[in-house]
Design a protein. Structure first.
Ligand SMILES: Cc1cc2nc3c(=O)[nH]c(=O)nc-3n(C[C@H](O)[C@H](O)[C@H](O)COP(=O)(O)O)c2cc1C
Length: 320
């Protein structure tokens, strides 16, 4: 069976990889909410794991993707794919093989990261300027990992502009990638609206599934994105953190989650796994700041909580 028939029978809805934001704890909570709303994510992708000098050992991969120890699934059963980032085809291929030996369900390759440190080491979006290297990386990983494990790529529309989209498309076609996710902006466009969904349509000429991503915050945008991008498949990023009900909402706008319904999940987050309570407080504030764009109640909570350092006090605020 082809991967298209196996993974893309119906429109897929994915939770985006977001380094420092959709970490294992956030993935656990957001995928739980999606499942409880009756529309589980089809899968999510891990934060990128950088491969620079050598093949990464198991313990490093486990640190980024602890779900590998539970059949590569979150507690609610959502599959997590492993994302790698780097510029060295063989190191990436060998590391992908290690990840597969640990139970990775799929390998995704990052060609979209805009971070300076990453780009200066020829990783992430800078490789959009070197489509042949992209092709070699994907092809090396594809030929190394077992044939039943999909290998996908996540790209932007280009680095500084969209002038080499044709070459990027050809590189993907030649690489053997099993599917492609496109964040509909160039690296230079960063994360600022708009996203150029219509530019994705060109890539749908490829014989593999294409997933559209970027600037989907509500039902209408998801619908317009799919129409303009000419694909039924979407990946949700910041919108899914800001409105955790977005996943259900994109297909059934009548499904929403109230602030009161969201509170138990916030408490679960505050009681989640972390190095120490302070780390959880920081992470929760990051989430609350994003939630305040989606919920008025979060805005009201922000003022008393923003200077609070004690986790128990925050929990008390949430319970009152
Ligand atoms: C904080 C943050 C971290 C991100 N980290 C990653 C990453 O590790 N791997 C990746 O492929 N994309 C990463 N992205 C990009 C997102 O996956 C997504 O493509 C982008 O946010 C656009 O979608 P959105 O407009 O729905 O947020 C990151 C984005 C953000 C905001």
């Amino acid at each position: 069976m082809s991967f298209a028939n196996q993974f893309f029978v119906t429109p897929v809805r994915l939770l985006a990889p977001m380094e420092g934001l959709s970490d294992p704890l956030m993935r656990r909570i957001l995928t739980q909410i999606a499942s409880d709303l009756g529309r589980p994510y089809d899968w999510s992708v891990s934060e990128f794991i950088r491969v620079t000098q050598h093949v990464l050992p198991a313990h490093v991969i486990y640190r980024y993707v602890p779900e590998l120890k539970t059949s590569s699934r979150t507690q609610s059963g959502t599959p997590i794919h492993v994302q790698l980032l780097g510029s060295h085809p063989q190191l990436l291929a060998e590391t992908a093989l290690v990840a597969c030996s640990l139970g990775a369900l799929a390998i995704d390759l990052n060609f979209g990261c805009p971070a300076k440190t990453v780009n200066s080491h020829r990783g992430g979006s800078v490789l959009l300027e070197e489509p042949r290297v992209m092709r070699d990386i994907i092809a090396a990983v594809r030929s190394k990992v077992p044939s039943h494990i999909p290998v996908s790529a996540k790209i932007r529309l280009g680095y500084s502009d969209t002038s080499n989209m044709g070459d990027i498309q050809q590189a993907i076609a030649d690489s053997g990638a099993d599917w492609l996710t496109i964040h509909a902006r160039t690296k230079t466009q960063g994360y600022k609206p708009p996203a150029y969904w219509d530019k994705i349509a060109q890539f749908t000429q490829l014989p593999i599934p294409v997933i559209a991503n970027g600037e989907i915050w509500n039902f209408e945008q998801a619908k317009r994105c799919c129409e303009q991008a000419n694909t039924a498949h979407v990946m949700l990023g910041r919108g899914a953190v800001t409105r955790p009900d977005l996943i259900a909402n994109v297909d059934k706008p009548e499904i929403t989650m109230t602030w009161a319904q969201l509170l138990p999940y916030q408490l679960a987050f505050l009681q989640g796994e972390a190095k120490h309570a302070m780390a959880l407080v920081g992470r929760y504030k990051q989430w609350l700041a994003m939630l305040s764009k989606g919920y008025n109640e979060a805005q009201a909570l922000w003022t008393p909580i923003k200077r609070e350092k004690d986790r128990e006090s925050i929990i008390k605020y949430l319970k009152t």
